[in-house]
Design a protein around this ligand. Sequence first.
Ligand code: NI
Length: 178
Amino acid sequence: MSILKIARMGHAVLRSAAQPVGDPKAPEIRRLVEDMIETLNDAEGAGLAAPQVFASLRLVVFRVPADRGDVVPLTVLINPVIEPLAEEMESGYEGCLSLPGLTGVVPRWRKIRYTGLDLEGNEIVCDAEGFHARVVQHECDHLDGVLYPMRMRNLSSFGFVEEVRRGFAEKVGKEESV
Ligand code: NI
């Protein structure tokens, strides 16, 4: 297994539509997934899409840690399809390993159903909401060449994580002093 280089915003691989995976059980797919998991663990991210490691294939890995809602163990999702289950959207801060150090507020469907295949070729069908739904929508957007700033409605929330956090801390401090 190896840690792979992560493509950064601006690279053509992040702007292209990825190709469907022909055989989820192929050894090269398993190898790619193992490397993506190692890369995700090293970067301490919630999810990673194959185009982010220069493989233009419709394949994502993700998980939901305990501090972000109901725990979802590491999931490999191949050729995913997303369907919103309600019209309701929810705004939340997102980051991306392809835009290191940056964050912004992105609206996402609050409830979705996603389908796809696992590494054995078995069908996955899952209803998700909250952060789980958000991370799946974020990762699947990578398969269509979409990065989260392209989904933002107001770029004034876009900035460096350290500065945004500092802004929050100052706001809280002011409110407390009033
Ligand atoms: Ni991303």
